[in-house]
Design a protein around this ligand. Structure first.
Ligand SMILES: Nc1ncnc2c1ncn2[C@@H]1O[C@H](COP(=O)(O)OP(=O)(O)O)[C@@H](O)[C@H]1O
Ligand SMILES: [Mg+2]
Length: 251
């Protein structure tokens, strides 16, 4: 059975793509077959892996290109379905369908062919658009990276509200799996306070924090995952723990 995860916070720069890329890389290193699907027009997933590609998510949605051809191998056991600005055309097309039900089912239907993976991980854009909605209908486990500041916590509250809303509809099967504190620096009082408050409110969902680590910020410019770029860094240690936590959590 494929486990289908999504990494979402309705706030930019909270470590979504960093989490998707390194979680995927860690799982792939352990021998699991992983697909990362980029829903963001910024196209960061391909950039983080340094991947060149011919087809993207917009081809899958707009064209007749079969799903297997739209994915691109980037590492052993690890493929991506990249995005770029052209995904905005796909969004426009979905809006014009004038049938919200069909539009929201698009990812479920088009990605259905990709059943050979152990994990599919969606990287969301921070905006609440038709593709995000479609993504929420498709995934089963939601991971929310929360940076240790007020706005990222607000972004998380927004995600929780959305989850509550869609929880009322029988067609959704998504559940909150993990809240991942990101950019954590234990020397800052604010960080310790926000972490403690998340710990009190969501004890079963909160993971160990991903510490702020310059190696994590540098790795994408070298087109490397943290395990390739700095395998002994805090960043590699923290994402290694997240990989173990995801593997230890039943789907
Ligand atoms: N724990 C961290 N420590 C230091 N820099 C980080 C960390 N996590 C992410 N970054 C950097 O912060 C920026 C935003 O992260 P990113 O994962 O792209 O956020 P998002 O996808 O939510 O917009 C990137 O430049 C990334 O390299
Ligand atoms: Mg991103």
């Amino acid at each position: 059975m494929t486990r289908i995860l999504g990494v979402l916070n309705f706030k930019g720069g909270t470590g979504k793509t960093t989490t998707v890329v390194n979680l995927a890389a860690g799982l792939a290193q352990k021998g699991h077959r992983v697909l990362c699907v980029d829903l963001d027009a910024q196209g960061s997933v391909a950039a983080y892996f340094g991947a060149k590609y011919s087809y993207s998510l917009s081809h899958l949605i707009l064209g007749d290109i079969p799903a297997e051809q739209c994915v691109q191998k980037v590492r052993t056991n690890l493929d991506i379905l990249p995005s770029d600005k052209s995904v905005l055309d796909a969004q426009g097309y979905l809006w014009r369908l004038n049938d919200n039900k069909i539009a929201r089912k698009v990812l479920q239907e088009r990605l259905y062919a990709l059943k050979t993976y152990d994990f599919v991980i969606l990287d969301y854009s921070p905006s609440d658009n038709i593709l995000s909605e479609s993504g929420l209908l498709y995934i089963r486990e939601l991971i929310v990276p929360v940076q240790m500041n007020h706005m990222a916590v607000v972004g998380f509250v927004q995600v929780s509200k959305t989850l509550k809303e869609i929880g009322k509809t029988p067609e959704h099967n998504v559940r909150l799996a993990h809240i991942v504190p990101t950019f954590f620096d234990g020397r800052r009082v604010k960080d310790r306070e926000i972490l403690a408050s998340l710990q009190t409110r969501f004890p079963q969902h909160l993971t160990d924090p991903i510490r702020e680590n310059v190696k994590l910020a540098e790795a994408p410019s070298q087109r490397k995952t943290i395990f390739e770029y700095a395998p002994t860094s805090y960043g590699a240690e923290d994402y290694g723990k997240l990989v173990a936590r995801v593997l230890a959590t039943p789907s």
